[in-house]
Ligand binder design. Structure first.
Ligand SMILES: *Cc1c(COP(=O)(O)O)cnc(C)c1O
Length: 356
């Protein structure tokens, strides 16, 4: 997969064709709208001024997510990007560097924030097709303690990676190697709960090998806004200062925390439904000549379209009320707001395009 084949959204994809109702919006699991029950939870939330530490809903969420991930403390964040940024700046100082996948969100899709705002140098290494970084590549990227070099401080991994679950034994090995070499470890776990549900392992187990973990409430969990950074108390205290500096100190944000708490109560186990819908989509695509795909592990289906017909397929799907993203490789993401009928409609529209 190259950068040009992955899209995280964009104006060109933003709506169905004129007059065509959207049947299945598969651009991302970020497109969900709060359910009626979530809106009721938001409306009922006790709130206070979180910059004073006074918001009971924020405090409850932070305690809950820290416990769920087996960490000492947590900090509510407006976005996953800010959560990763605060983690990078809390772990690394000016002139330090972090080792990260060439295609990782924390390197490629966050506007270079660590470099721009933290003077932290990324040291990207190639992602293998399953999202892992070779232990040998990590090892070779760690700089000796020598004035010529930036100080290598941190290893960053991502789980899920393009919808794939990082193998648990790989994570153990990579983080153990990082610790042996004196590095801290951070996990971009935007979709960590998808990984937990798909693997049957508790989120705390997947988070365990890392010093800090960022999780998103606004992806498959279906909350409108929010992420959390979890880790040791002292690191979270540093991240708190950085969040304020980055403009992320929010006031009665308990309204948002209430949505995230509701999501933790009601939208974690049901991620299995999204995963089943992704498999249903992949099975429906199977055997279409001109489409290549690998079976999805969680809620993201990547499809390679032969003969440069990706954009034409996207346009056709749009005319049928099905939204997806991509170019050569197309991305279909299942979530709370699509159902089996929508998936079957997407399959039928795709088969119509290929005349099969
Ligand atoms: C969505 C996402 C993030 C954070 O994105 P925001 O839009 O800033 O909340 C971080 N990492 C990964 C892998 C993501 O998918």
């Amino acid at each position: 997969m190259t950068a040009s084949t992955v899209s995280y959204g964009g104006a060109a994809d933003a709506s169905a064709a004129a007059g065509v109702p959207v049947v299945a919006d598969l651009r991302s699991d970020t497109v969900t709208r709060p359910t009626a029950a979530m809106r009721a939870a938001i409306a009922a939330a006790p709130v206070g001024d979180d910059v004073f530490g006074d918001d009971p809903s924020i405090n409850a969420l932070q305690e809950r997510i820290a416990a769920l991930l087996g960490k000492e403390a947590a900090l509510f964040m407006p976005s996953g990007t800010q959560s990763n940024l605060c983690a990078l700046l809390a772990h690394c100082g000016r002139g330090d560097e972090y080792i990260v996948g060439q295609m990782a969100h924390t390197y490629r899709y966050e506007g270079g924030g660590a470099a721009v705002l933290g003077s932290i140098q990324p040291q990207p290494v190639p992602n293998q097709p399953d999202g892992t970084l070779l232990l040998a590549d990590i090892d070779a990227a760690i700089k000796p303690d020598d004035p010529h070099f930036a100080r290598t401080r941190l290893l960053c991994l991502e789980n899920t990676w393009n919808g794939n679950v990082l193998p648990a034994d790989y994570v153990e090995a990579a983080t153990a190697q990082a610790r042996r070499r004196g590095l801290a470890t951070h996990l971009d776990g935007a979709r960590l709960f998808n990984a937990a549900v798909a693997s049957g392992l508790p989120a705390a187990r997947l988070a365990g090998p890392f010093d800090s973990v960022s999780v998103c409430f606004s992806k498959g969990l279906g909350a409108p806004v929010g992420s959390a950074l979890c880790g040791p108390r002292e690191l979270i205290a540093r991240a708190h200062r950085i969040r304020k500096m980055a403009g992320g100190g929010m006031r009665q944000a308990g309204l948002l925390a209430a949505a995230a708490l509701h999501a933790l109560d009601h939208h974690v186990d049901r991620l299995a439904v999204d995963h089943a819908l992704a498999r249903r989509l992949a099975e429906g695509f199977a055997g279409i000549p001109g489409l290549q795909l690998t079976p999805p592990q969680t809620n993201i289906v990547f499809v390679t379209v032969a003969d440069g017909r990706g954009p034409a397929l996207l346009a056709h799907l749009k005319s049928r009320g099905v939204l997806a993203t991509g170019l050569i490789g197309l991305r279909f993401v299942t979530h709370l707001d699509v159902d089996a009928a929508g998936i079957d409609h997407a399959i039928a529209a795709t088969r119509e395009f290929f005349g099969t």
